[in-house]
Design a protein around this ligand. Structure first.
Ligand code: DGL
Length: 263
């Protein structure tokens, strides 16, 4: 069973930020990545449709014989992680916003959170704040437009810079010193966010490393780590957009073939 693949999914290309870290930590693993680009963004998608999409993707991974699944999407975790765990027998590792480390790092006790509207509205996110950041001041923003910019591969265009300024500058005025990127698309904007922050001291964090370490721990405990050299990773999308492979290739820094999966 250890030679079976690990399925990783997101609404689109955002979860590639998680894919990259998992690949670094677990180079032997055979990774399957599913971008649900036809339905992106998930941030305000009708919950019933989101559930159907999670079901479709999880079934796809099961058909491909996946030994584990990584929810590389904070929004899907916030709304569907518990349900997915109840529904499927394979281990499910799910990302959520890095509130806990942010609360440990901040010296101004003031944290900014960028995430989608669904994530910010969720019970799960509220519980994270209650457990780890009760005594912190939080400024949060559903950064409308960020996901679309990353999906287009526009990581530092004028429009992207303008959007970042719109959401970040008011937070900096409010003295945040730590910014949580609570959506897996946003790490691809980190460099541009730093540029916009300029001289402001700002620590930018996300949970990519944590979720990858958690995947490693779970697979190790279950004896499912692949100790042999892996075959090859594969990439899938629910969209057959002609520009998608080049966005994948740019974000992964290598030529990438994307297989179209019709729903
Ligand atoms: N990348 C996802 C997340 O982490 C979904 C963003 C979206 O599609 O709105 O929340």
């Amino acid at each position: 069973m250890s030679k079976q693949p690990i399925g990783i999914f997101d609404s689109g290309v955002g979860g590639l930020s998680i894919f990259k870290v998992i690949k670094q930590h677990l180079p032997n693993e055979n990774l399957l990545y599913f971008a649900d680009s036809q339905y992106a963004p998930y941030g305000e998608l009708d919950e019933k449709i989101l559930k159907q999409r999670c079901l479709f993707i999880a079934d796809f991974f099961i058909q491909k014989n996946a030994k584990a699944m990584v929810v590389a999407c904070n929004t899907a975790t916030a709304l569907m992680a518990e349900w997915l765990r109840a529904e499927y027998d394979i281990p499910i590792i799910a990302i959520e916003p890095a509130i806990k480390p942010a609360a440990q790092i901040t010296t101004t006790n003031t944290i900014g959170v960028f995430a989608t509207q669904h994530t910010l509205n969720s019970e799960r996110y509220r519980s994270l704040l209650k457990r780890f950041a009760k005594d912190k001041t939080i400024y949060q923003s559903a950064c409308e437009g960020f996901v679309e910019q990353v999906e287009k591969g526009e990581l530092d265009s004028l429009r992207t810079i303008g959007l970042i300024e719109q959401y970040l500058l008011p937070m900096l005025d409010n003295n945040i010193d730590t910014l949580v990127l609570g959506c897996t698309h946003y790490p691809f904007l980190s460099e541009t966010i730093k540029l916009v922050a300029g001289q402001h001291p700002l620590t930018i964090i996300d949970n990519a490393n944590a979720v990858s370490l958690q995947a490693t721990r779970v697979l190790t405990e279950l004896g499912l780590l692949n100790l042999h050299a892996h075959e090859s990773d594969a990439f899938f999308s629910s969209s057959n957009s002609k520009t998608l492979p080049s966005v994948f290739s740019d974000l992964l820094l290598k030529n990438t073939h994307v297989n179209y999966i019709a729903d």
